[in-house]
Design a protein around this ligand. Structure first.
Ligand code: SAM
Length: 264
């Protein structure tokens, strides 16, 4: 990602995000918070908060007034503010956090590291605003492996359009392996670094309820699907359906994310 590219596919409506990958967000957030040992009264920051799925889970544990959140997408930040009225929600980037040094007990980032223009600068900023001994935790999808929704989508795209390999998030996304995450955290000077696996799942009422959100253009997968002409989109839909096992009726998909935690 370069420049502001990482935020570009998140200028859609918040509703589009929430009905797409956002469906995994609350469960994922609870798993991530569980790794980071926060306690009532702690202050926490959510970096790349999107529509506020993690922010809301943090507020449920810590109280909204103890939670701050930031995202470069103005509509997403507004949605986060509406979801968590008492939180301090800002529009801005991880690489330039508008917060004082050492003011948070814990700093989180869910599914946003790989969209940052400069993840090293982003983690350096997350470390700066955490108090000494404070926890810095993040997670990213296992795009190349067991994030079933997106992995199957890109496998289907590559079957009908081999040139789409250059857009496949399993190929393009940085910092999405345990080794890369561990190196990023250690390189930022964090201690007690550990990597863990998070496995949220979503129950879909039908294949269509899973497919329709792609057409709103949210995230790189949605931007690709929405940008196809009608014939190519129908071919992709059919192949995606086939690669998911031609499900009739409801289906459950599990998504693996890699998490990393460390202390300042
Ligand atoms: C996949 S969404 C994750 C949103 C939310 N954390 C969640 O779990 O639902 C990625 C988010 O990263 C944000 N983002 C992109 N570039 C960023 C940057 N440089 N700093 C912080 N956030 C960024 C996007 O605007 C988007 O909201």
């Amino acid at each position: 990602m370069s420049g502001d590219d990482g935020a570009l596919t998140f200028r859609t409506t918040p509703e589009a995000y929430d009905s797409h990958v956002g469906r995994y967000g609350a469960d994922l957030a609870r798993e991530l918070i569980g790794l980071a040992t926060v306690a009532a009264g702690d202050r926490a920051l959510d970096v790349g908060c999107g529509t506020g799925l993690l922010t809301a889970e943090l507020a449920a544990v810590l109280g909204a007034s103890n939670v701050a959140a930031i995202d470069p997408s103005a509509p997403f930040a507004a949605s986060c503010q509406a979801r968590v009225a008492g939180a301090d929600v800002r529009v801005g980037r991880a690489e330039d956090l508008p917060f004082d040094d050492e003011i948070f007990d814990a700093v989180f980032s869910q599914l946003a590291l790989n969209f940052m223009s400069d993840p090293v600068a982003g983690v350096t900023e997350m470390r700066r605003v955490a108090r000494p001994g404070g926890m810095i935790a993040a997670c990213v999808w296992d795009y190349a492996g067991e994030m079933a929704l997106l992995r199957t989508f890109w496998d289907a795209a590559r079957t009908v359009d081999p040139a789409s390999v250059v857009l496949d998030e399993g190929v393009t996304m940085p910092h999405c392996t345990p080794a890369e995450l561990s190196a990023l955290w250690t390189g930022a000077g964090l201690h007690d670094v550990e990597v863990a696996v998070l496995m949220p799942s979503v129950s879909y009422s039908s294949f269509d309820s899973l497919w329709q959100p792609f057409l709103a253009g949210v995230a790189p997968s949605g931007a690709y699907a929405a940008g196809l002409d009608e014939g190519n989109r129908a071919a992709l839909r059919d192949e995606f359906f086939r690669q998911l096992g031609s499900p009739h009726g409801s289906l459950v998909l599990t998504a693996r994310a890699w998490a990393v935690v460390g202390r300042r």
